[in-house]
Design a protein around this ligand. Structure first.
Ligand code: SF4
Ligand code: SF4
Length: 214
């Protein structure tokens, strides 16, 4: 588990310091748009608007309440922020205009950076696989991504999944939508160095802004 960087917290509001616990400060300092959490008035509109709300253990409303109550481990180990589908329903309805979707993804990322999220969490697994795949050649290798997802639960499970999907795969090959030779690396984008430089710069900017650990 990584130790937290010591980024100085800067907030523009006048919330008395005694009402901001250590975890709220951490969220403000290290989570994208985390400085908005203290503005939540617990009206419950986001919880009621979220199409997945009834399926979650913690709705955004609950997560924000828990942050303000200092329940660090409970929040960072929650599955909730990984369930968000970015439908923006909550965000468009929040009377306080909180960027809820961004905060939820920001908390997920923070939990991942700190090693709180189980490796087997499906959305985390997909995100990591997708990102590594994309940046390797500057474009997505769909065949390798699919194989990575199929074999997530082991060799036999992967073979079974592949076999179950054989007709779909064959159809894609015949329609020239899937090239089996992409397994040997595939083709990359034209300016891979340019993309790498852009990503490096984006990380630097993000790191300066929020003290994000990569
Ligand atoms: S809708 Fe906005 S103010 Fe209301 S509980 Fe959700 S985040 Fe808080
Ligand atoms: S953006 Fe995420 S948290 Fe908000 S309503 Fe949609 S699924 Fe729920």
């Amino acid at each position: 588990m990584q130790t937290l960087p010591t980024t100085k917290v800067t907030t523009s509001d006048a919330t008395p310091a005694r009402y901001r616990n250590q975890f709220l400060r951490e969220v403000e300092a290290h989570v994208e748009d985390g400085e908005w959490v203290k503005m939540c008035m617990q009206c419950g509109v986001c919880a009621g608007s979220c199409p997945l709300g009834p399926q979650w253990e913690h709705t955004p409303q609950k997560i924000f309440m828990m942050i303000r109550a200092g329940k660090r481990e409970e929040v960072l180990k929650s599955d909730a922020m990984w369930m968000c589908t970015s439908c923006y329903n909550c965000m468009s309805r929040c009377p306080r205009k909180l960027p809820i979707t961004h905060i939820m993804h920001g908390i997920a990322r923070h939990a991942h950076n700190l090693g709180f999220t189980p490796r087997a969490q499906p959305t985390r697994h997909f995100s990591v696989l997708f990102w590594k795949n994309c940046i390797k050649n500057g474009r997505l290798n769909e065949l390798k991504l699919t194989i990575g997802l199929y074999f997530r639960d082991g060799l036999m499970a992967g073979i079974k999944q592949g076999w179950d999907m054989r007709n779909v795969a064959l159809g894609l090959v015949l329609a020239k939508r899937l090239n089996p030779f992409e397994i040997f690396g595939g083709h990359g984008c034209k300016d891979h160095k340019g993309i790498a430089a852009m990503l490096k710069r984006a990380r630097e900017i993000e790191g300066q802004r929020k003290g994000v650990v990569h």
